[in-house]
Structure formats: structure tokens, C-alpha cells
Design a binder for this molecule. Structure first.
Ligand code: NDP
Length: 299
């Protein structure tokens, strides 16, 4: 049977990778991008470049958005639905927004789409563009389950779909939480490298070993991940191998080493502050997981 047409709007590295994957799978693909030149290779590969967003949406039942943020969706589709001649173009269609933004804005966008008569899925792509469409790719989704189920085969081409639930905010909640881990890790790797190079040691003598160390972190926590999760839920933090006081002393040493090195202090200050406030709250002799008590709710 002929495969269903799919529209992709937003042709950054991510949108281009997704459109290319859909073309390779045999779907008729229509694309639109604010900067049309980004569509050139896709058109060569068989995509149709729509002349405007209205035509792009009208070409398929399913439109995938891959944009910098949710505002870009309103910038692109807002004029279409404000135009009396085309205001019904979204009615009955499925919009799959795979752009990054806050859960709150995903929920508002879902309401907005419902007002246009569209069904709306939110998603967060968890791998870089070159990994899209490979067995390592996965994508979080949220929104109406029957809409997800109906389009799962198409979405599966992008990466393993992981459906989280009906709340449209869930996919971006999970996306932001994972990127929280990722971006903090990247900043800490660069900060640590700066610490070493400030002493005249070439980065290459540090970074590969640091990555090996990083790869060992899951084993430090992982064997006890479920136990750790339970401790976080219950607020009980037994354990005297890595106490808040011991780890906090190290956090202070990192800050002082950073001061002497002349490198940026924001990250070590933030980490040290977690330990200081946990100690002040009486968690000094608890397991390091007690930091959660000061992190989980802002004063
Ligand atoms: P880019 O920033 O390169 O592309 C963003 C796209 O949004 C472009 O097509 C751009 O159009 C369009 N755009 C932005 N603002 C507007 C606007 N106001 N009006 C019209 N079009 C607009 O991003 P990526 O392709 O890398 O990423 C797309 C999404 O995927 C992002 O939300 C990103 O967080 C997410 N993502 C990206 C990953 C990656 O590795 N790249 C990994 C995981 C998720 P134009 O070409 O005209 O500028």
C-alpha cells in the first residue's frame, strides 16, 4: 500500500534528518522552512517544497514541527489560521510538535491546536540529528493516546517512540529533565578542563580520562538507582559512605581550587551552596542524596 503523506516544517539539522528518514522509508514528504534554501537537498531526494505554511499543512494529515521553540509554531501557523480563507486548514489534522520548550507552553499549544480543531502530540527528540532514524534514536511523546497509537508507525521511523501519557506537558518535562543532566554535565566537563589547563596541563591529557570517569558514574549510583529513587521519595537518607559533610568539604576544595585557577566560579559555587544548605538544614551526616531536600523546593 502507498504510505501516507507527511509534512515537515522546520528544516534545521533535526527537521532535515527527520524528513530525509521519512523520504527513505517511502513516504511522500512535503516540507516548508522560513529559509527555503535549507530544503534544497531534501527536494533533490524527492521532497516537495510547499510555497507557504498553509500549503504545507494542507498536503498531509500529519505535520511534524521541528522548530527552535513553540513561539516559532505560532509565528508560522498563526497567520494561516488568522486568514479567513485558510482558517480551517488545521481542522482534523494531526500536529506533532517536536520542538523544545517548557511543559507549560506545550500545554498551552495543545489547547491552541484544539481550538483549531487539530489533534496535537508533543515530543522531545533525545538524540542528535545524525542519530535520527538509527536504532539508538528515541523520542518522548505525550498527548492523546489514540492519536499517538494511530501514528506510531510513522513516528517510529524517527526513533523508538516512548509514550509518557495524556498530559501534553510530559514530553517536554522529560526532555528538559534529561537536558538538565546533559547541559550540567557539559558545563562541568568544560569547567574541569579549564581548571587543568589553567595549570598548564593540555586538555588532551585530561579530557579522555575525565570521560572514562564520567562513564563510571552510573555504576556508582546505578546499582542502587532504585534504592536512591526510594530515598528521594521518602526523604530518608541513610548511609555514611558519602555523607553531605564529606562531599561538602570536597565541594569547598573545588571552589577554592577554581578561585586560585582564575576560572569561572558560578558552577562550583552552586554545588557548594547545595551542600552548605543541606548541612544547615541538619543533613550533614546523611547520605549525599539529602541534597534533594534543599534542591526540590526553592526557599
Ligand atoms: P535549528 O535552530 O537549527 O532550527 C530551527 C528551525 O526553526 C529552523 O528551521 C528555523 O528556520 C526555524 N525557526 C526558528 N524560529 C522561527 C520563527 N520565528 N519562524 C519560523 N521559523 C523559525 O534547530 P535544530 O534543527 O537543531 O532543532 C530543532 C528542534 O529540535 C529544537 O527544538 C531543538 O531543541 C530540538 N533538538 C535538536 C537536537 C539537535 O541535535 N540538533 C537534539 C534534540 C532536540 P530557519 O531555517 O529559517 O532559521
Amino acid at each position: 500500500a502507498d504510505l501516507s503523506p507527511v509534512t515537515v516544517i522546520g528544516l534545521g539539522p533535526m527537521g532535515r534528518a527527520m524528513a530525509a528518514r521519512l523520504i527513505r522509508a517511502g513516504h511522500p514528504v512535503t516540507v516548508w522552512n522560513r529559509t527555503p534554501s535549507r530544503a534544497t537537498d531534501l527536494v533533490t531526494a524527492g521532497a516537495t517544497l510547499a510555497p507557504n505554511p498553509t500549503a504545507a499543512v494542507a498536503a498531509s494529515d500529519v505535520t511534524i514541527l521541528s522548530l527552535t521553540d513553540y513561539q516559532a509554531m505560532y509565528d508560522i501557523l498563526g497567520p494561516t489560521v488568522a486568514d479567513a480563507e485558510h482558517r480551517d486548514v488545521l481542522a482534523g489534522r494531526v500536529i506533532v510538535n517536536l520542538s523544545s520548550d517548557t511543559p507549560e507552553l506545550s500545554r498551552a499549544a495543545s489547547d491552541w491546536a484544539a481550538k483549531q480543531g487539530a489533534r496535537f502530540l508533543t515530543g522531545g527528540v533525545m538524540v542528535p540529528a545524525p542519530v535520527v532514524g538509527t536504532p539508538d534514536a528515541y523520542v518522548f511523546y505525550s498527548g492523546p493516546e489514540e492519536v499517538f497509537d494511530a501514528h506510531e508507525p510513522v513516528l517510529r521511523l524517527i526513533g523508538e517512540p516512548k509514550y509518557l501519557g495524556a498530559d501534553p506537558g510530559l514530553a517536554q518535562l522529560f526532555y528538559q529533565a534529561h537536558l538538565d543532566v546533559f547541559l550540567s554535565t557539559l558545563s562541568s566537563l568544560l569547567h574541569a578542563t579549564a581548571l587543568v589547563t589553567a595549570a598548564g596541563v593540555p586538555a588532551v591529557e585530561f579530557l579522555p580520562g575525565a570521560l572514562t570517569f564520567l562513564a563510571g558514574v552510573p555504576a556508582m549510583i546505578g546499582d542502587a538507582a532504585e534504592q536512591t529513587a526510594r530515598q528521594l521519595e521518602t526523604g530518608e537518607h541513610p548511609g555514611d559512605l558519602s555523607t553531605v559533610l564529606m562531599m561538602g568539604a570536597t565541594a569547598d576544595h573545588i571552589l577554592r581550587t577554581s578561585e586560585q585557577a582564575g576560572v569561572d566560579l558560578e558552577l562550583p559555587r552552586a554545588v557548594k551552596s547545595h551542600y552548605e544548605r543541606a548541612v544547615a538544614a541538619g543533613h550533614g551526616t546523611s547520605n549525599w542524596t539529602a541534597l534533594y531536600e534543599v534542591i526540590k523546593a526553592r526557599d
